[in-house]
Design a protein around this ligand. Structure first.
Ligand code: SAH
Length: 210
């Protein structure tokens, strides 16, 4: 017997977390999470929980990712930067919500796997780069939205510099004990805190020199 698709459960979890944006809910319904995790983790893909992805990293629970993406209010025309590709799952959701996605991952192994995952589900507007995401991705800047998928004590300056005027940046800001997901807006080359969304616990953003 064919297994039931897990995506309806994840859409329900996103709704329960307060996500109402139809485009975000459609993206969650459209992206098969199973394509982004290891074979052994596949039986957990319909659970709204983080899943280990190798290199001691985890992919967040889908309802949190959906809440994060909803708070960016993307209309489909944006060029977006993600810092911390991991599995590529969040980038796949972004590919449905924006025009062009650049995502940077420090582990070449994870980046390569993410490329394969994204190709498998047919995402052609996502570009996966290996590097230190605290430096952003200058060749593709400026970005209308930047999403940092790892914890940081402060937003790295190169990301501020690569955000378009009026652009939104979302980051889990705080120490290793826990962070707050904060949305900022860029105005006159500076970041302004716009909204504190939810307390979270992400794996750390590790700069190359650190
Ligand atoms: N968005 C991912 C999950 C991200 S987990 C998903 O959908 O699956 C955080 C990721 O950030 C990890 O893969 C980690 O290796 C990466 N990371 C940490 N520091 C980084 C840095 N300085 N530059 C790029 N990637 C980084």
């Amino acid at each position: 017997m064919r297994r039931r698709s897990p995506e309806p459960a994840l859409v329900a979890a996103a709704r329960a977390a307060g996500v109402t944006d139809p485009r975000v809910l459609e993206a969650v319904a459209a992206v098969p999470r199973a394509a982004f995790v290891s074979r052994s983790a596949r039986r957990h893909v319909d659970e709204d929980r983080p899943i280990p992805i190798g290199e001691q990293q985890t992919t967040s629970q889908p309802s949190l990712i959906a809440s994060m993406l909803a708070s960016l209010h993307l209309d489909g025309h944006e060029r977006v930067l993600e810092v911390g590709t991991g599995t590529g799952y969040e980038a796949a959701l972004l590919s449905h919500l924006a025009a062009e996605v650049h995502t940077v991952e420090r582990y070449a192994s994870l980046a390569q796997q993410a490329r394969e995952n994204l190709a498998e589900v047919g995402c052609t507007n996502v570009h996966v780069h290996v590097g230190d995401g605290t430096q952003g991705w200058p060749p593709a800047a400026p970005f209308e939205a930047i999403i940092v998928a790892a914890a940081t004590s402060q937003v790295p300056q190169p990301l501020v510099d690569q955000l378009a005027d009026g652009g939104r940046l979302l980051a889990p800001v705080g120490g290793s004990g826990g962070q707050e997901l904060i949305r900022y807006v860029a105005r006159d080359g500076q970041l302004h805190e716009d909204r504190r969304i939810v307390p979270v616990r992400f794996v750390p953003l590790v700069p190359e020199r650190g």
